[in-house]
Ligand binder design. Sequence first.
Ligand code: LLP
Length: 424
Amino acid sequence: MSVFAYRHGELHAEALPVSRLAAEVGTPFFCYSHAAIASAYDEFATAVKGLPALVCYALKANSNLAVIASLARRGAGADVVSEGELRQALAAGIPPEKIIFSGVGKTAAEMRFALETGIRQLNIESLPELRLLDQVARAVGRKAPVALRVNPDVDARTHAKISTGKAENKFGIELGLIREAYREAAGLAGIEVRGLALHIGSQLTDLEPYRAAFTRLAELTAELRRQGLAVDRLDLGGGIGIAYRGEQPPSIADYVRVVRETVAPLGTELVFEPGRRLVGNAGILVSRVLFVKPGASRDFVIIDAAMNDLLRPALYDAYHAILPVAEPASDAPVKRFDVVGPICESGDRMAEQRPLPPLQPGDLLAICQAGAYSAVMGSGYNTRLPAPEILVHGDAFDIVRARPDYQAILARDHVPGWLEPVPG
Ligand code: LLP
């Protein structure tokens, strides 16, 4: 059951009426549920029981410290892609030995920081990156624990912009080159090559691409071992989808069954890097209707949240369910609206021709599945203040990221003193 549900005629977040939260926090704001995060993690943890597995939450999905800390307290590790995320993982209490550093473009400074911190492993995506890490590691007097990310060339059958495991994607080392790369890594003084990694894409709702990729990974592992190379860790990436619009994503138990059938018999340590699945359903974006604008060809609902708060619809044509916070009567008439934000771009549209009950200025709407890739992808476009984030826990909530004030925004910039004075 969703933690965001109608009760007594209005939408609640756990035990709290969303309208009360809106009155206290002001709109727009992101509202996360601790119970939803905990239960998503527990589904994963239960499914991997008995396997030598570590669940490393992919921080990129939502890097609010309170969200990371909620997962850390349940035992999660972290998958990070920048020094910034690495620092967030540490600040949220994740021990370095549970942190993996992924990403195609790590800098030497980031590598140094990761090595000095003593993280579990760096996932390496190209030979130039491997050679740079070797140099950096030798300079700091450490051996860098590494997994080589292979591009298995499988079609994840997801949105092209979030597919990562095809040969034409920038990610990972090509299958044809990986054996050579592994051998080279095994011979470098600054590198301790531990195993292989892959991640084929995001928002997968079908298990077959995983089966294909994991099978290739198992064959490759066996082949490297036959050549006398040690492979004792396999990192299986993330990517398991959630339901935005009636999709039927697999259970974690079914996904882990594929893992047990393909790679588990090799007896390696396993790493999982889920992001969206742990936090996507755990958040909503709450927004207020500013105006209802009838048009010649379509009617618009103009709301106070925009593409700077939630970019996914503009960037991927992503569908997010939108619920009125006041529960509509079951016989309420329904009309189609374009739900749009105030930003000066036609792409600033949360939904196109969406059936909704009659709406008035001041009404509240909840944009659903806004726990993953939502606040983190926000921007300051049109100098709109970033939406605050709150974490609900039963009948209580905390503001876990406050809305900054305009003073803080203005203070970021500096006007050089040598500019001529304003005329007049
Ligand atoms: N591991 C690696 C190496 C990744 O690149 C990603 C996501 C993950 C794990 C976590 O994937 P997840 O379990 O969350 O699917 N902004 C897009 C999603 C981009 C995903 C990028 N990589 C969206 O809003 O749909």
